[in-house]
Design a protein around this ligand. Sequence first.
Ligand SMILES: *Cc1c(COP(=O)(O)O)cnc(C)c1O
Length: 371
Amino acid sequence: MTEPPIYVTSPLLPSLDDFSSSLKEIWESAILTNNGSFHKKLEKELATYLKVPYLSLFTNGTLPLITALQAMRITGEVITTPFSFVATTHALWWNGIKPVFVDIEPTTCNLDPDKIEAAITPRTTAIMPVHVYGKPCNTKRIQEIADKYGLKVIYDAAHAFGVEVNGESILKAGNMSTLSFHATKVFNTLEGGALIMHDEQTKKRIDYLKNFGFANETEVVAPGINSKMDEVRAAFGLLNLKIVDQAISKRRQTAIQYREILATVPGVTFFEDMPKVRHNYSYFPIFINENIYGMTRDELYIKMKEHNIWGRRYFYPLISTFSTYRGLESAKPENLPIATEMANKVICLPMHHALKENDIERILKLIMNNG
Ligand SMILES: *Cc1c(COP(=O)(O)O)cnc(C)c1O
């Protein structure tokens, strides 16, 4: 008898009736894209929800990364983390920028500020950190280094929807931040994303760039791309925005249940909440010390699969090990000991709004029953 599958995530879905009503409105207006009323409304409501003055919607979470680098004319070398989803480094590559990998801190899996300065060269123009698993980077230290060397900072905040430090949005850090609204993320618009900037002029420039560079009907001011969000996705997002807080509090409850039991399992470690941080519980990574736990990470991963529990080894393998990047000097495992270790120990447990009590019990029982 196989038990029903439990996946690492499950997309947040609005009520089909509500979505049908929105579709009816779109049909009646016959406006499908190009900054229509749903697009305008979602930009406004998201800016309010996220507590940021400006934001620009995109068709996914990768294009805002690429566009941010274009908008700031970033060239040369950019310091970044190997412990992320490949899109972070790919965005640099697509701009002809050389990624320089710097190791992470074991306490958060984020870029280690203490190791950034040693990687700066005369060609360095920016730092691109990631708030991995939605855990805030040390934005203060990173900004100090950036200011000292005259570097820009672009945060890949794909995991950090709604994350706040001291009541302030993490998206205010650096020159710009990007979000992903992919189906697997805490808040989704099917596919989608956003770029967060801090002034009106930059917002205008980004809005041109995401629409081929058109400033008006006849003027193209820059070699832009097409990465606008359409009306259907914006309508979907508006409905999901109404239920995302409920989803985050369900995730929080699950995290509390996981931690309570996993604290009793030798060889399994996990992150606690950080003080003064509003977390979004986007992922629940655990780290396996095979000597103490009595089983390797991959043995546990396979055992979970055999029981139809689909965890994911985010972020294994490291970006720096992929064929495009592994030839870089900074990609050598000796340069990235902590990232290499964490990537070899991690499994992200299923974490989403639709997990049932029985699912959580099944997962915890399996992890406790090691050896
Ligand atoms: C999901 C993700 C992206 C890319 O977002 P898409 O919307 O899938 O293009 C970028 N960076 C990180 C860290 C991600 O997890």
